[in-house]
Design a protein around this ligand. Structure first.
Ligand code: NAD
Length: 296
């Protein structure tokens, strides 16, 4: 068997075009332009790249973006005051604080300060709690991207065995909850899981988010499985690779996402979507078939 390769870039491009059209509709019909505020504290090089990509992606589809850069030694109170200002600003529909934060700032206090109605990263406890009940307002972007990719590729989720490798709060756990909400039977594995292969072999859909290159080799994958690789690892030669032995597993899976070019482009796309939906909800547009309540 040779797997079909999911073209995450193409899916992201198509979705961004759709979202861009909705942004313009909102602006022309309701006079509202979605706005995203991104707060960066310090000068972490990787964070700067992520923030730049988010701002650029906003521009591409007509979302207004505001970048607030605070120095690495900015007191927590300054950051909280900035969030309060943005919470009260009617032109800001989404607020994102780029993680990680410097050690002197309490991350949870910061995330909990963001209005739940503007929490487009989905990290506020209210939205995290909503993942348990299937009523989250903003699904977190990477797991949402995984779900959208599966939907786009028309992968049946209900009743299938899903194994998620990785149990982090930002990828593994929310992905598991979201796919369970879609009626999959879900198993979560982590670094202390004994004999990982006995679990991964059960997967109709295997989602891997561990941050370990070549963690998943063909012997660990059921013939015909769908394999979604979330991992991003930089190798010594500077190249980027995922967590899955792509060449080997491609000969066994039915569908596989590559790294780069799989889940990666979807993460920012879903951030744009969450921001757009926040602005749409602000003018009373509720579309329950569109990925939020009904979409997870
Ligand atoms: P994390 O380090 O917070 O969590 C890793 C998880 O994997 C943990 O639960 C850990 O127990 C598990 N794990 C580690 N080694 C393992 C092993 N040998 N066997 C089984 N489980 C193991 O990482 P994260 O933030 O969840 O990110 C995971 C990966 O996804 C990273 O490579 C990260 O760069 C990537 N990522 C990609 C995107 C994207 O947009 N594509 C977004 C976020 C994270």
């Amino acid at each position: 068997m040779t797997a079909r390769i999911i073209d995450g870039k193409a899916v992201a491009r198509k979705l961004r075009a759709e979202y861009g059209a909705r942004v313009e509709q909102l602006a022309s019909r309701h006079g509202v332009r979605p706005g995203l505020a991104v707060i960066l504290v310090g000068d972490n090089a990787a964070s700067r790249v992520y923030v730049r990509n988010k701002v650029r992606a906003c521009e591409e589809i007509g979302i207004r973006s505001e970048l607030i850069a605070l120095p690495a030694d900015a007191p927590e109170a300054v950051l909280l005051a900035e969030i309060d200002r943005l919470n009260a600003d009617s032109g800001t529909h989404g607020i994102l604080v780029q993680l990680p934060l410097p050690g002197h700032i309490a991350m949870r206090r910061v995330l909990e300060r963001i209005s739940v109605d503007k929490d487009v990263d989905g990290f506020h406890l209210y939205n995290v709690g909503g993942l348990m009940t299937g009523t989250t307002v903003f699904p977190p972007c990477t797991p949402f991207g995984v779900q959208k990719l599966l939907e786009h590729e028309r992968v049946e989720i209900a009743g299938r065995n899903v194994v998620v490798v990785g149990a982090s709060n930002i990828v593994g756990k929310p992905t598991a909850m979201m796919l369970m909400q879609k009626d999959a039977t879900v198993c979560i594995c982590h670094k202390l899981t004994r004999d990982l292969a006995q679990f991964t072999l059960l997967a109709d859909i295997l989602v891997v988010a561990a941050g370990v290159p070549n963690l998943i080799v063909p012997q660990m994958v059921r013939t015909g499985a769908v394999v979604i690789d979330v991992g991003i690892n930089r190798l010594a030669d500077g190249s980027i690779t995922g967590d899955v032995d792509f060449a080997g597993v491609s000969r066994k899976a039915s569908l596989i996402s590559p790294v780069p070019g799989g889940v990666g482009p979807m993460t920012v796309t879903m951030l744009l979507f969450n921001t757009l939906r926040s602005a749409e909800r602000g003018v009373g547009i509720v579309d329950e078939t569109d990925g939020l309540l009904a979409g997870i």
